[in-house]
Design a binder for this molecule. Structure first.
Ligand SMILES: *[C@@H]1O[C@H](CO)[C@@H](O)[C@H](O)[C@H]1NC(C)=O
Ligand SMILES: *[C@@H]1O[C@H](CO)[C@@H](O)[C@H](O)[C@H]1NC(C)=O
Ligand SMILES: *[C@@H]1O[C@H](CO)[C@@H](O)[C@H](O)[C@H]1NC(C)=O
Ligand SMILES: *[C@@H]1O[C@H](CO)[C@@H](O)[C@H](O)[C@H]1NC(C)=O
Ligand SMILES: *[C@@H]1O[C@H](CO)[C@@H](O)[C@H](O)[C@H]1NC(C)=O
Ligand SMILES: *[C@@H]1O[C@H](CO)[C@@H](O)[C@H](O)[C@H]1NC(C)=O
Ligand SMILES: *[C@@H]1O[C@H](CO)[C@@H](O)[C@H](O)[C@H]1NC(C)=O
Ligand SMILES: *[C@@H]1O[C@H](CO)[C@@H](O)[C@H](O)[C@H]1NC(C)=O
Ligand SMILES: CC(=O)N[C@H]1CO[C@H](CO)[C@@H](O)[C@@H]1O
Length: 325
């Protein structure tokens, strides 16, 4: 296949320091964490110092179908402009309706419990936010400025029903209409900071950040877990589009597709201490997919990424679509 790089305005990384470990499950001499539990011991999550922000509490769900999305929305409105929405440990907060959260301005969410999306596929395939890049749909949409999500809790996409429903299908099939929602989506966000939490069971990509500035993830875990033979598909860790400033440090990722995959127009990328198990690696992906659109990935610094059971090389410039003329 012929790739026309010249039309892509492709600026490769200014600094690229990669210390790979590519091998079977645990290569001889490997000193790093060997399980998610060991990762947590190596990188314990410590809460930030207490502050005097107003704390907002909402009711928790009584069952896995007790939809509290309206309460969650109201709680964020109340915490907006200087407060913190607290979702305590051992409580589940079920989201069963799509949420437009683009009004945020100086807000924190302390996630120690679990946010769980319902698995009503009929509902979600008819109610979503849409982004034309690779026909992406999302459960919710975060945006605004100075947004912090932190804690020891979990964001759970309830993926098994989606893995079962999508079995046998392929995302790149142009006829595919079985869309699956992205677990965390932010658009037009400035200063978004996500720390400590665990992402699990995403139906498709885990994080997709669009047209945003200064986005940081630290100390997070991403795992897709299937309980049967229907394996999760396309559960990338991170994808980005038109983002200036994307930092990921100290992360454990146990999924099946790209671990970290900046898409067109991502600049100032910093990745350090990332453990990717069973993934397709760090892929600067899908550049030049759409005819007549100039794309770039600029200034990427990627350091100390450990690939366990990786399918391809540590760093690859993949899916460089032939530029249509
Ligand atoms: C790189 O990762 C290894 C563990 O895999 C760790 O021991 C080391 O401190 C890390 N280096 C840096 C510079 O963070
Ligand atoms: C790593 O991924 C492989 C293949 O997906 C899986 O068998 C193994 O259990 C995973 N290891 C850890 C430590 O999660
Ligand atoms: C959550 O449950 C665990 C295990 O039962 C318990 O140790 C912990 O104290 C609980 N935390 C809260 C905030 O209730
Ligand atoms: C799923 O959502 C649809 C509306 O989109 C609704 O009619 C149906 O009752 C829901 N199913 C369940 C099990 O809640
Ligand atoms: C983007 O967010 C800013 C606030 O951070 C807001 O003023 C602006 O209207 C938003 N733009 C769009 C297109 O939503
Ligand atoms: C998509 O559908 C069209 C029309 O039904 C068919 O001609 C085409 O072969 C299908 N493509 C694939 C990849 O299945
Ligand atoms: C980037 O965001 C972090 C926290 O989200 C903040 O501490 C820092 O000041 C921001 N940087 C700029 C240049 O605004
Ligand atoms: C990327 O940036 C270039 C140059 O600013 C612009 O022409 C192009 O439309 C952008 N691509 C996307 C996908 O927004
Ligand atoms: C634990 C688990 O279910 N991991 C799966 C994640 O998804 C990929 C496929 O995308 C599987 O290969 C892994 O087994």
């Amino acid at each position: 296949m012929l790739f026309k790089f010249s039309t892509l305005n492709f600026v490769a990384s200014a600094v690229l320091a990669v210390l790979p470990i590519v091998a079977s499950e645990f290569p001889h001499g490997y000193q790093g964490p060997k399980s998610v539990g060991q990762f947590r011991n190596w990188h314990p999550y410590n809460y930030p110092a207490p502050n005097f922000r107003k704390k907002v509490y909402i009711r928790a769900s009584k069952s896995e179908t007790d939809d509290i999305s309206a309460d969650f929305y109201a709680g964020l409105k109340e915490a907006n402009h200087g407060g913190t929405l607290v979702l305590p440990a051992n409580k589940t907060f079920v989201i069963g309706k799509k949420l437009d959260l683009t009004f945020l301005d100086d807000v924190e969410v302390q996630l120690d419990g679990k946010i769980l999306f319902t698995n009503n596929i009929t509902y979600w395939q008819n109610n979503y936010f849409y982004h034309p890049f690779q026909k992406s749909i999302t459960f919710w949409k975060w945006g605004g400025k100075d947004i912090k999500i932190f804690g020891r809790g979990t964001l759970d996409g309830n993926g098994q029903a989606w893995y079962d429903g999508f079995a046998g299908l392929e995302v790149l099939d142009p006829n595919n209409t079985y869309y699956r929602p992205i677990l965390f989506y932010a658009e037009n966000a400035t200063n978004l900071y996500i720390e400590g939490i665990r992402f699990q069971g995403s139906p498709i990509w885990t994080n997709f950040i669009v047209t945003s500035k200064n986005v940081t993830y630290d100390n997070v875990i991403i795992e897709n877990l299937s309980t049967n033979q229907n394996l999760p598909k396309n559960t990338d860790g991170w994808d980005s589009y038109n983002v200036d400033g994307l930092t990921v440090t100290n992360a454990w990722i146990n999924i099946g597709d790209d671990c970290f995959s900046p898409k067109p127009n991502t600049s100032n990328i910093f990745v350090q201490n990332m453990y990717c198990n069973g993934t397709h690696g760090v892929s600067m992906g899908s550049i030049g997919q759409y005819p007549g659109v100039k794309d770039y990935i600029e200034n990427a610094y990627i350091q100390n990424v450990t690939m366990l059971n990786g399918q391809v090389s540590i760093l690859s410039f993949t899916k460089l679509f032939p530029a249509a003329t």
